[in-house]
Write a protein that binds this ligand. Sequence first.
Ligand code: STL
Length: 403
Amino acid sequence: MTESTTVTTTVNPQVAYNLITKNLQEVLNPQIIKNVLEVEKRHLKLYWGTAPTGRPHCGYFVAMTKLADFLKAGCEVTVLLADLHAFLDNMKAPLEVVNYRAKYYECSIKAILRSINVPIEKLKFVVGSSYQKGGDYTLDIFKLSNIVSQNDAKRAGADLVKQVSNPLLSGLIYPLMQALDEHYLDVDAQFGGVDQRKIFVLAEENLEKIGYKKRAHLMNPMVPGLGQGGKMSASDPNSKIDLLEEPKVVKKKINGAFCSPGNVEENGLLSFIEFVIAPIQELKNGEGHFEFFIDRPEKFSGPMTFKSFAEIKQAFKDEKLSPPDLKIGVADAINELLAPIREEYANNKEYQEANEKGYPVAVPEKTKKAKKPKNKGSRYPGAAKTEDKKVEEVAEDLKKATV
Ligand code: STL
């Protein structure tokens, strides 16, 4: 990977540290970060990894606002498009489409960042398979497999890798590779959601045992989805909003969101304002700037404007702001966020091709070839289907495909 060069930080170390850790839920080994900023006096190198599985959704805005903070703090930021991880996670991304999905993620991430005015010239994108198939990397997986117990590897991936009834070996390799990525991407720290915590701890506990440095870990809180409880779920399309969602569908999904009067605890809409809309407004308009407009119909006393998230939350708690009115405000705000992304998609052929080839629309039933009789004998454990494919078909494809 890139050679590290010593660059004197232009941002004051304390200011940089505060920006880097702003709004995070947890930081493991903050002294590693402080040492880079204060003693070594150079830019912090960090990466954020994402596995190109299903289409990225509005939840991605949360991580993007942090990438914006990192860039503002002068960090050297790498985005890892972890294509092999998408494959290793129960073949969520079959090999023949994963490179298009990685491209789709790259286009989406760039579109989001541009839409919130983040300069992306200094952001580096790396595709996992570009180095994860090398001999040294493979040997390092073997080294780790001699140190990490099956139990520990399994537990590390438990919150991340899809849990199935007869788990595959791939789920044990996944966390080992994520630990190695820190070394191969030559970073000081890794950033991710708090759902990555166990993998981060596994990396901290084992990298030094194979002769590599221990890294710091930065964790964002998980943002609830639109359903009752829980995060955005890949299997429930109504719990999340696609980046290219039509405005009408956004309204429909938001209208269907769980939101009970006065309940500010279990409220995905309020969380979306707190973790997505408010940080983006700050990024665009400066620290402390917040304005949330609700186009409430005249018959319900007309439009409202709030000047802080706390004010919205209090009004909702006191039932001065009703669920239907909150929904109007959030749907309008999301449509405003998505408009520039839809526009970029409409003008970017590469983005469109990545979508079409990465997420091919299932062939309608009547035009499908006659199905072969089902093989009721040996099946892959756990996974009856990968995306739209039968296990037998996937196994067939696997013989041919490479990344
Ligand atoms: C997911 C969902 C998600 C994050 C990830 C995967 C992260 C993957 C990853 C892979 C390799 C790395 C770092 C992160 O080195 O929110 O399916």
